[in-house]
Design a protein around this ligand. Structure first.
Ligand code: NI
Length: 172
């Protein structure tokens, strides 16, 4: 397998991913490719659709590519917001949206349910950076990017910047 990280506006990034019904060798191989890709790209999360696989699978390591000590492989992750804990606004970027970051509003705390790579159930609450990262990655599985959660004005500015960038790279 030779995968690469797709970038906006690749149409696959807007598609909904399918649940994983069986953890096959193919899934394990995909995880083995995605984890180093995430670290190499300096990311803290990567969702399967970002590498062109429309499967409900994400890898996350909020300790970052230097430490690499908190790897989470999540099969079919489901999130339940805990709204009483309020909302947080933080700056986000995405390996599929290069050269742009923006503030996004997220739930401060969520309940995560998923399976690990051995098929064992995971059920835990998450807050802080992990909660934000989980919401960002699960959004990918639903065909949503963080730029779909910013104001229309900011989105318009982003699209203009993107067009200008494309034009410049065509000139070169
Ligand atoms: Ni992303």
């Amino acid at each position: 397998m030779s995968l690469k990280i797709l970038t906006y506006p690749n149409p696959l990034l807007a598609k909904k991913s399918e649940p994983i019904t069986e953890i096959t060798d193919e899934i394990r191989e995909l995880v083995n490719e995605m984890v180093p890709m995430m670290y190499d790209a300096d990311g803290i999360g990567l969702a399967a659709p970002q590498v062109g696989k429309l499967l409900r699978l994400v890898v996350i390591d909020i300790s970052g590519p230097e430490k690499r000590e908190d790897l989470l492989v999540l099969i079919n992750p489901r999130l339940t917001p805990i709204p009483e804990e309020g909302m947080v606004v933080g700056e986000e970027g995405c390996l599929s949206v290069t050269g742009y970051r923006a503030n996004v509003k997220r739930y401060a705390k969520v309940l995560l349910e998923a399976e690990d790579l051995e098929g064992n159930p995971i059920r835990r609450e998450a807050d802080g950076l992990l909660a934000v990262c989980l919401q960002h990655e699960v959004d990918h599985l639903d065909g949503k990017l963080f730029i779909d959660r910013i104001s229309r004005l900011k989105r318009g500015m982003f699209e203009m910047k993107l067009k200008k960038g494309t034009r410049q790279s065509q000139v070169r």
